[in-house]
Design a protein around this ligand. Structure first.
Ligand SMILES: CC(C)(COP(=O)(O)OP(=O)(O)OC[C@H]1O[C@@H](n2cnc3c(N)ncnc32)[C@H](O)[C@@H]1OP(=O)(O)O)[C@@H](O)C(=O)NCCC(=O)NCCS
Length: 158
């Protein structure tokens, strides 16, 4: 298993995961926009097969997890958790104070993953997600990151 930065060569596999995951999947344009904007995006691969990915807009005040997905054949094996942990560390290293994300109110599985890694529900966004017909509310979740993570790295005596 190897991590790399998500790039245009992963698009077909990412779209496959996205289409099997969401009632109103992101389009190719949504993904290329993220890559062009330089969002922090990771791919986890095994023998050139994409296991999973995640995309996050990092900023010092508040990073925003925009998407995460694991190929259906590889779910429930700890990969989603591993990828999310990498994103959390990346945000900490970049000096972010917290990570926020939205999750469909019906997506109990992702909600549990986020809860397991310390995200707390802090609100709701009404009709945030599109559905084939109508819209669905989102929970907003947030995780406060370790204070001083970056300064500890730079200023520790060891
Ligand atoms: C959400 C998702 C990324 C989880 O990936 P995964 O690799 O299957 O998850 P993991 O095996 O790492 O599980 C980590 C934790 O997530 C939760 N979880 C994962 N699958 C679950 C399931 N089927 N039922 C209940 N909880 C589940 C559990 O808390 C689990 O911890 P545990 O194993 O100690 O119980 C994956 O289900 C997915 O790609 N879903 C579709 C895309 C999606 O919904 N993305 C989130 C958009 S907001």
């Amino acid at each position: 298993m190897d991590y790399s930065y998500l790039d245009f060569s992963h698009l077909d596999s990412v779209l496959e995961i996205e289409r099997e995951s969401n009632p109103f999947p992101w389009t190719e344009r949504n993904f290329t926009d993220c890559l062009e904007k330089g969002y922090y995006s990771l791919a986890l691969e095994d023998n050139e097969r994409l296991i999973g990915f995640a995309i996050m807009a990092i900023s010092s005040e508040e990073s925003h997890l925009l998407n995460i997905g694991v190929n259906k054949d590889f779910r429930r094996s700890g990969y989603g958790e591993r990828i999310l942990k990498k994103m959390i560390i990346a945000a900490e290293v970049m000096g972010s104070k917290k990570i926020i994300l939205e999750v469909r109110v019906s997506n109990k599985i992702a909600y549990r993953l986020y809860e397991k890694l310390g995200f707390l529900e802090i609100g709701e966004r009404k009709k945030y997600y599109r559905l084939p017909e109508g819209r669905e509310d989102a929970y907003v979740m947030s995780k406060t990151l370790k204070k001083g993570f970056v300064s500890n790295l730079f200023f520790s005596k060891s």
